[in-house]
Design a binder for this molecule. Structure first.
Ligand SMILES: [Zn+2]
Ligand SMILES: [Zn+2]
Length: 208
C-alpha cells in the first residue's frame, strides 16, 4: 500500500515577487511574478512559451523545497516509528524468564531548513494593462507572463532598458554594442509577433 503524505513548504519571495525560471531548455531565463498574480498556466516573458505554474520553479527553489520536504519526511518517519515502538513496548512487559522491556520515546528534533539563496535582482518592473499582472524582467522581453499580450508598453519598456544600459555604463562603447544586440532582439520580437499574424512561415534572425 502506498501512502501519500503532503507537506507545505513556503518558498520565500522578495518584496512580494517570486522568482521563476522558463522551463524551455532553449531559453531558461529568469523573471519574477507578483505572488498574488500567479495563475495555473503562465507564459515566459522572453520566449512566450506557456508552462504550468509548477514547472517554473528555479533550481534554487527546487533544491530548497526538496531539502525542506526531506526534513519533514524524516520527522514524520521518526514519529511513526515511535508510535509503533510505544504500541509494542509502551507498557513494561515481563516474561516467565524475568526479562522485561520498556520503551520511553525520545525527543524528536526538527532541523530548521532555511533557504540558502535569495531571489536575483532584475531591472524592470511592469504592470500589464490587459490582465493587470505585475512582473519583473531582466533585459529585453516580448510577452506578458499573465496573458501573453504584446503591446506598446513592452516596446517602451525595452527601449527604456536599452537607454538605461548605455547611460549607466562606465564603458559606453561596450554598452552600445550590447544595446545594439538588445535593440535587434527587441526588433526581432516585434517582427515575429507581426509576422505570426500574416504567415505561418518562421523567419530567422542572425544571432549577434
Ligand atoms: Zn522562455
Ligand atoms: Zn497581461
Amino acid at each position: 500500500m502506498t501512502k501519500t503524505i503532503t507537506f507545505t513548504v513556503s518558498v520565500p519571495t522578495k518584496e512580494g515577487f517570486l522568482g521563476r525560471a522558463c522551463h524551455s531548455s532553449d531559453c531558461g531565463q529568469y523573471f519574477k511574478i507578483y505572488i498574488d498574480h500567479r495563475e495555473e498556466h503562465m507564459y515566459c516573458p522572453y520566449c512566450g512559451k506557456q508552462f504550468s505554474e509548477t514547472e517554473l520553479y528555479t533550481s534554487d527553489q527546487k533544491k530548497y523545497i526538496l531539502e525542506a520536504a526531506k526534513e519533514e519526511a524524516t520527522v514524520y518517519a521518526q514519529k511513526e516509528l515511535q508510535k509503533i515502538l510505544k504500541e509494542t513496548f509502551g507498557r513494561s512487559t515481563s516474561s516467565n524468564s524475568g526479562f522485561s522491556v520498556s520503551y520511553k520515546p525520545g525527543k524528536i528534533n526538527k532541523r530548521k531548513v532555511a533557504p540558502k539563496y535569495s531571489e536575483r535582482k532584475v531591472d524592470s518592473e511592469l504592470l500589464c494593462p490587459s490582465c493587470t499582472t505585475r512582473f519583473q524582467v531582466y533585459g529585453v522581453f516580448g510577452f506578458c507572463p499573465g496573458c501573453r499580450e504584446e503591446n506598446l508598453l513592452i516596446y517602451d519598456a525595452n527601449w527604456s532598458i536599452i537607454k538605461r544600459e548605455v547611460d549607466d555604463s562606465k564603458n559606453p562603447e561596450r554598452a552600445l554594442r550590447h544595446a545594439y544586440g538588445d535593440f535587434v532582439s527587441a526588433f526581432e520580437i516585434f517582427c515575429d509577433s507581426k509576422a505570426s499574424k500574416l504567415t505561418t512561415e518562421k523567419g530567422n534572425f542572425q544571432i549577434l
